[in-house]
Design a protein around this ligand. Sequence first.
Ligand SMILES: [Zn+2]
Length: 430
Amino acid sequence: MILANARLPDGGLVDVEIAGGLIVATHMPGKAPPAGDRLDLDGMLLLPAFVDGHLHLDKTHWSAPRLPHVEGRSVRERIAAERVQRHRVALPIEARASALVRTLIVNGSTRARSHVDIDNDVGLDNLEAVIAVREAFRDWIDIQLVAFPQSGVTTEAGAPDLLAAALMAGADLIGGLDPAGFDGDAGGQLDIVFGLAEAFGKGIDIHLHDFGEGGAAELRDIAERTIAAGLQGRVAVSHAFALGTIAPSLFEETADRLARAGVAIMTSCPPSAPVPPVSALRARGVIVFAGSDNIRDCWSPFGDGDMLNRAAIIAERHQLSTDRELRDAFALATSEADKALGDPRRGLRVGAVADLVAVEAASVADAVVDRPPRALVLRGGRVAAERGVPSAALASVPVPGAQSREAETELQMRAIEQALRAELGPRAAK
Ligand SMILES: [Zn+2]
């Protein structure tokens, strides 16, 4: 396949040759060898496909009717709201997660990391549903799953065993939640999380909302434990709001320890919190990557699964305004996220997988500012979406469990009909 007249981020025009799902060569326009498939981009900007480094596929209400948001700002209040609300969502997880995955792909993401709730309320049910969705869409998107202890680790009876079961069932990483702020036992939670990571050979991605010097101390503890466990490059902390709330000298010390330990920081840049300073962290060698986090769920009524939009939100919040800074914001949703998630065979280069996005823009900076619609999304050289519409192949991926649910509903309807007939028959005869 040839993608003809593609504009590269440096402004040059090339023909991109794709074979076996990989970018195999670039040629001067018109100089590419003949190919069975030829798509003319007519000077459109070619970008590497995006990465959504943090979302919650099991929580989203995407494609279901909107549930009114329940009040409550603290983590504990939101968890309480979710415990009631999660049972009121109209559609099963498989349907909502599948709809969101399709949206991610149409918006240009072919890689994502989803945290999945593991607690006594849901057990492994959410994980099993999301694993089925991951399997269904595996030709179109790579999804990492984090076993996320939404109700705590040391304060939720049996949580360590459930988390271990989740890792055995197919979760790729072990998660955590505010070791001090939620469990009130930073050492206890981190002992269990790192213990599970070592026992199962998995990476770690911890939700850390804890502010101030306490939160910064937890970050330094995580960095130390990462080195001790030999997990450099495989640990991430999501949110890390503490980094946006501490004095400059403590920030520098904490950032340096994170950089040395290869602990990456994920930011979704929520408007409600003091977010970690992206440029200052990167200047000290910390990998920073971006994610949507909550998309229309019990935690937030907002979100759209569009990482170009997320890059713009991050740029605006951090006043990243020059073209170089706008490219940096874009990198959080592409190259930096790929570093954080592992597997370097992605990007806009020969030898990388042909996961690509084409947009009407003159430069990466223009793309971040304008957020143009995605004209073309390729996954391994196959067309996944064009102009906001999934390809026939992507659209035809069946929603896991839908057939069995339809069959189940039909059986139930028949049973109800029979029961009604049995009930009404004799009365009708009277
Ligand atoms: Zn999250």
